[in-house]
Design a protein around this ligand. Structure first.
Ligand code: SF4
Length: 365
């Protein structure tokens, strides 16, 4: 029994409690080979950092899916941003990770030397303020991320319209988690026995979004937090379902997640965005898996107002990032891993972001 006085975070990082749950997993005596997929970069990092994969039996494999927003952002998006950055009329406002992601030829970081017009921001709102301060420039916010970040982009676009700011634009690569999961459960490349579902995304979309997994595919899904106890407990919950031959959606991360999610954020997102068919790095085009601005907000869509043409690029030679993102291979299978591809000199996107699988393996494996 955990003392009520124990600080919440101490509880969730307690090695004694983690070991207790690890023993409960061993006691389930599951002998089948199983693949459990996490689809959140934060989970990938936590699993590697805390060695969660070493606390479970060898026949239970933890595999990473397309959960790192920078990693799944298609090469053509970087090439488009570079094309805009080539003109001194534009300021490119972006999250820091993205500037080091290789496009087909360059990174945003490398081309910044030409016009010095690429700026790191911490939120879309920072980009909006930048537009107000620079009325003679057109500020483009590189809008990437899943349902966690899309509501903030939506609220900023609404604010831009309310305040009549006409030099603020977005280049959207926002993506939706559930359509990608549907593709993954259909793929014959990998047999997924259970999903460790993302904590932050589900805070917005609600755990009910995963009910199709149990109902249509008999696959258990547990929404997990990010501390070691969260993750090992989520794995135990999935394996307990498998042991009992059950499949349902459960929430381990009750501190933040509900079944309904944040309906206000969902409403805001769909006032500004609509679902579109988009391309994911590693997964190809997925129907209705991205978010583009609704026609009413077209004036903030940089591709509608100032379209650019780029050639469809291929993936960097030798990089198996796509297979890593589908859970078919792990970074250690890549011949370039640690030899040519490092966080200082990344060849593919999975080595750039701290949430990328290759970066997580580089730092913690
Ligand atoms: S190690 Fe580098 S080259 Fe290999 S898959 Fe990862 S990002 Fe691509």
């Amino acid at each position: 029994m955990v003392s009520k006085d124990l600080h919440l975070l101490d509880k969730y990082s307690s090695s004694d409690l983690v070991k207790q749950v690890s023993r409960k997993i061993q006691n389930l005596q599951i002998e089948k080979k199983l693949n459990l997929m996490e689809i959140c970069g934060g989970h990938t990092v936590a699993i590697m950092r805390y060695g969660i994969n070493q606390l479970i039996p060898g026949n239970i494999r933890l595999i990473s899916g397309p959960g790192c927003p920078v990693c799944v952002t298609e090469l053509s998006f970087i090439d488009k941003a570079i094309e805009y950055a080539a003109s001194n009329d534009f300021i490119i406002a972006t999250f820091g990770d993205l500037v080091r992601v290789p496009g087909s030829k360059d990174t945003l970081e490398k081309v910044n030397g030409l016009n010095n017009n690429i700026r790191i921001v911490y939120s879309p709102y920072d980009a909006l303020k930048m537009a107000q301060k620079n009325p003679d420039k057109k500020v483009i916010f590189l809008a990437i991320g899943f349902e966690t970040t899309a509501p903030a982009t939506a609220s900023t676009v609404m604010l831009a319209r309310k305040e009549n700011i006409s030099n603020f634009f977005i280049l959207s690569a926002h993506k939706l988690t559930v359509p990608a999961m549907k593709v993954l459960v259909h793929t014959e490349e990998i047999n997924i026995s259970g999903f460790i579902c993302p904590g932050h995304v589900t805070t917005i979309i609600g755990a009910r979004s995963y009910q199709f997994l149990a109902e249509e595919y008999h696959i258990p899904a547990v929404v997990s937090g990010f501390e070691p106890l969260d993750l090992i407990q989520s794995i135990y919950m999935i394996l307990s379902q498998i042991k009992k031959k059950k499949a349902m959606t459960e929430i381990e991360y009750k501190r933040s997640v509900t079944f309904k999610g944040n309906t206000r954020a969902q409403d805001m997102m769909y006032q500004v965005f609509q679902k579109e068919d988009v391309t994911w790095r590693g997964l190809g085009e997925i129907r209705q898996s991205g978010l583009g601005l609704v026609p009413e907000y077209d004036m903030f869509n940089i591709e509608k107002i100032y379209p650019v043409k780029i050639k469809t690029p291929g993936e960097p030679k030798g990089c198996i990032c796509g297979q890593v993102l589908r859970g078919v291979k792990i970074p250690l299978d890549c011949p370039l891993f640690k030899k040519i591809c490092t966080p200082e000199n990344p060849v593919g996107a999975c080595m750039v972001s701290s949430e990328g699988s290759c970066a997580a393996y580089f730092h913690y494996s």
